[in-house]
Design a binder for this molecule. Sequence first.
Ligand SMILES: CC(C)(COP(=O)(O)OP(=O)(O)OC[C@H]1O[C@@H](n2cnc3c(N)ncnc32)[C@H](O)[C@@H]1OP(=O)(O)O)[C@@H](O)C(=O)NCCC(=O)NCCS
Length: 170
Amino acid sequence: MDNVIKPFTTIASKTSIEAILNLDSEAFGTEQAWNWDNFVFALPFKMDLSFVAFQNNNIVGYVIASVYDLDNVLTGHVNRIASGKTTKGTGIGTKLLNSVHVKCKKLGLSNITLEFDSALAVLDFYQTFGYCQMTNEDFLIKYLKSKNKLLSKELYFSEKRIVLIKNLSK
Ligand SMILES: CC(C)(COP(=O)(O)OP(=O)(O)OC[C@H]1O[C@@H](n2cnc3c(N)ncnc32)[C@H](O)[C@@H]1OP(=O)(O)O)[C@@H](O)C(=O)NCCC(=O)NCCS
């Protein structure tokens, strides 16, 4: 079955919005689920870097990404990615992430970051794309400062939350 990746900006109908919200609570659980305000929250370059995956006209995945300033360097960031329960492991996550990487390179970005709860156990998935764990404490502090998350640093130092970085030229 062919998966088609389209810009997030193509999402307009109520049905599409509901499909994305359903996918999100399926992937992250109802307690951690985003509402539509989270999806449309303005972030730099978000509309350039966010995509939706379709299979037979059904929405089966999405990625929300944006750009931020990490230690004075404009850097890409994957804010959220999920693929549907029934389509997991069929290459949708790969296509979505590759679309973000290609667009980041077009924008001239050298690095991209992301973070996740260690309970999600997705490290292996990202390592296949060349993402590495941000373990250098000084750099992690710079990351947390830029994300306004310094007050939560224990979560990161205890590795309950994992931060990954990928060099886009590799
Ligand atoms: C992570 C996620 C987006 C991957 O999407 P996907 O459509 O399943 O990914 P793909 O089908 O492209 O998988 C590519 C490869 O990674 C593997 N993979 C997928 N999820 C994995 C995981 N959690 N751990 C290890 N490997 C994983 C697949 O088996 C596949 O391997 P293969 O190429 O050897 O067959 C999806 O599992 C998901 O929605 N997870 C729940 C939400 C989540 O954790 N989001 C990330 C938080 S930042």
